[in-house]
Design a protein around this ligand. Structure first.
Ligand code: 5GP
Ligand code: ZN
Length: 147
């Protein structure tokens, strides 16, 4: 487990290592990815450390999403992005390398070489229904606010 003391994004939040900040408030920080998929690739993080979204504070994520939305608009208006991917990886199998909850905001440009791909699986109506039931039970159990 990565502690706050060792976490690279906590170090960025604390100003112990430099970053190219594009937005900051008391709870949220957005900065340019050091190894971007495209120019303007931005990372948005809650300042409070959590390993991934499952461990994060719901209110912090709500605040982060507001910033994600504004950065998406800025990338289109100020960087001439023709599209934007918002990505969020949880756990090594999902591609997460830095263990501090973060959202990728990746601008897309004509003829860029960004590849975000997955193959589809075929599920029957029964299988979809079984999954729907499981997830709606989970929702009731774990969410502490109304949508
Ligand atoms: P993940 O694979 O965990 O979803 O993405 C981590 C991202 O953090 C990568 O895109 C990587 O380029 C970026 N990154 C890793 N270390 C640093 C750093 O020290 N500074 C900045 N600005 N970005 C970083
Ligand atoms: Zn951290």
């Amino acid at each position: 487990m990565v502690t706050e003391a060792d976490c690279i994004f906590c170090k960025i939040v604390r100003g112990e290592i430099p970053s190219k900040k594009v937005y900051e408030d008391k709870d949220t920080l957005a900065f340019l990815d050091i190894n971007p998929a495209n120019p303007g690739h931005t990372l948005v993080v809650p300042k409070k450390h959590s390993e991934d979204i499952t461990k994060s504070d719901e209110e912090d994520i709500a605040k982060v999403m507001r910033v994600v939305k504004n950065i998406t608009t800025n990338l289109k208006e100020k960087m001439n992005a023709i599209g934007v991917n918002v990505m969020q990886n949880n756990g090594k199998p999902a591609g997460q390398i830095v263990a501090h909850t973060h959202f990728h905001v990746i601008p897309r440009y004509p003829n860029d070489v960004v590849v975000i791909s997955y193959q589809r699986v075929q599920l029957s109506d029964e299988q979809l229904e079984e999954i729907r039931k499981k997830l709606s039970e989970e929702k009731k159990r774990s969410f502490d606010f109304d949508f």
